[in-house]
Every structure is written in structure tokens, then in C-alpha cells.
Design a protein. Sequence first.
Length: 442
Amino acid sequence: MGTSTNLIVNQIAISSGIDALDFFQVTPLGIILLVAGIGITSILSVTFLQNRGQLIDQDQFPRFITLLRILPQNKIIGKTFRDTDIYKDNNTKLLQIKRGKNVIKHPNYWQTFREGDEIVISADVEKILDMKADDKYELLAESDEDKHKNYAGTIVEYLVLPDSNLLGKKLSELSTNDLDGAMPVALNKHKNLLHADSKLIREKDRRSRIEIADRLLIELDDNDEDNWLMNRGNKILNHMNQAQNAKHKKYLSLAILVLVIIFAASGLYTILTSSLVGVCLLILTRCITMEAAYSAINWQVIFLLAGLLPIGFAMGNTGADTFISQALLDEFKYLSPSLILSLLFFLTMLVSSVISNNATAIIFTPIAISIATGSGLSPLPFIIVIMLAANFSFFTPIGYQTNTIVYGMGIYSFRDFFLVGGVLSLSLWAISSLLAPMIFPM
């Protein structure tokens, strides 16, 4: 249940008349590959990736940016930048001043502030919240309607993922409508935290837009705080001033998760039934709401599988899987079963690097089962090999969503993935080819 690919392979096997995999059946081989992968990646990272991205001290480059307007009676009006607290605070940086249609991108210390100036600053959370609370500044992400809302003071760091509706927007363009009632306060640009020499606002229309892996600082509405958090639990990185009465729900949720694993691992219920029982318990104990449970469903994945699963079934119904497997068997007829298993692993891994791992599993699982049955071998090692190989697409940034997120941070090049990910994938392929036939007899 660690990835949907495993569940898909297992379901195709069941549909083909093969016994379902036990919950921990692949665990011995999985642990070996995990330990080997950690060791190989650690060595390769030190050897090849030392000079890629480097986190810098927060004092050198503060974490969040926000946009503020200088209101009348503000004491900095008429003062030069050098004479204000913004300049004297080492943890605060002035990045831009917008004055009417003019934008001063790199303000000098002698720049004088005027009423109505819109300033872009970079600072830590505490400083940004202090300036937000100061009635001499107006937060530009806050509309007149938002000012009258009852915000609880609960601040969260929100991670922007590839499916977010915020991508491509500017912080100044965001409203509570974009965040379902929550108020945007500040933005953390991931690329610039990792590259100190990269200017935060170098090209206004491009660099200030929200990108994958950016983080938003968001203040929640007191009336909808619980629902908002429940709906986006997987995207929240940090809480400030979180309500204490929700603490017990963390432990209750963890206990229900453990119960689901026990049900599935013991064979008492299937993984599907165990998961549904867990969801019902979460709803009954009010750890989540029905709305949160519904919104947590990734409908893109559902429709992707709805489109791809029929392909796998059609291959079986039309005999395409038998045709392909027979063609492969004709090529493999002089090879040992272990070598056939290894070549099938390698081919699946290559295809998974250019199309989704789920699609690869759907296409190759029926073929692997046909090859096994056509050769008079146990299909179990072939099924497990497909399950592993479809997830081992480390040598391109497009084979898996996680790879794409890391690649989107701008730290690593395609060459880095090909070199480090390639060595990792080939190493795990060799280990799997050696151990799979020993652990799962053919």
C-alpha cells in the first residue's frame, strides 16, 4: 500500500486468477533494496552532488516574502531606507519598491519612502506577522472583505504541489477565494533558499509567480480552521499557534492507521476493506469530515486508472499479452528463467522512465504473467519484479511525480538524474535480479 503501483499489480494478478500477495510478502526483498539504496545514494551524493544546492543561513537570506503598502501616519514616510528599522534589522531585506507605475527593483539605502509605496520585503515569520499587525501597513494580499473576517491567528506553511490551482499566480493576485477562505500572508521561494546568488525578484513577471515546491504562509479563518486543515493535511508543513484541542486526534489517527495495517497484514480483511474501515473510523471519531474525505480523493488518478486499466484487460481478452509474451519467449528460449526475469525487469524499468509507473505496471503485468505461465514457471517472482521495476525509474526526472518535483526546484540537471539515478537504478536491478529468484522460487 506504499504506492498505487503495488495495488494495481496485485489487482491485475487477482483478476488473472493468481492468489493475492500477502501484505508483507515483498518485505524481505524490499528491506534489502532499501538498505542498498540508502547506501548507494549516500555515496553517490557525496561523490557527485556536493556542489549542487546548498541551504544557506536564514540570517543571510530570510525565509518569506510579502507585499505591504505604506499607509498615512507611518513613521517611515519621508525617511531614507537607511534610517528605518527595516534597514537596521539584519533579518529583514527590502527587495522592491513599487511607486505608481515605476518599480525600483534594487532600492539603495538613500531611497526615501513615500505614502502609498508598495514594498516587497523578505523576513522571518515573526517580523512579517508584526508588520501585518501594524495598522500603518496594509497587507496587499488582504482585501477589504478579508479584513472583517474572524481569523484565529493560526498560521500554517502550505506546500504548493503540481496539482495546485495557485501555480503561475503572483502573491499580490491571491485572495481568500483562491485558498477557500484562508488568507495568504507571505511566500517562500524554494529556488532562492537553495541558491544564495539567485535574486528573488529579478524579473518581476516571471520570478514572483508561484511555482511547484514554493511555500505559502497562510492565516486561517477561525470559523473554518478545522475543515481547512483536514482537507489539506498532506500539504501543511508547519503550524503556529495550533489549537490544543486537536492534539488527541493526531494519536487517534495514528492508531487507526496501525489498525488498518494489522487488518490487512493479518488477512482478516483485504486492503480495500481495511482502508474503508479505517476511513469510517476516522469519520466517526471526527478526525476528518465527510467533505475532507471526499476532497482527499485524487480524481486525476482515478480517471487515469479508469482509462488505463481497460488497456490491460483488453490485452488479456484479445490475446495481445499472449502474442507479445510468445514473441519474447521465442527470443528468450535459450535463456535461463533467472535471465528472463532480469531482462523483463530491465525492460519495465526503461519504459517506466518515460511513461507513468502506473501505466507501465498495467501494460507489463499481463505480459509477465503470460511469460511465466507459458514457460511453466511460478508467476509470483514475475509479478514482484514488475512491481519493483515500475517504481525504479530514478534516471529521468519525468518517470515519477516525486522526481519531477525535485527537478522543478532547479538544483539538479537531467544529467544528475541520469548519472546518480542511473547508477542507483542499475544497482537495484542487479540486486533484484540476483535475489528475487532466491527469495521467490520459480
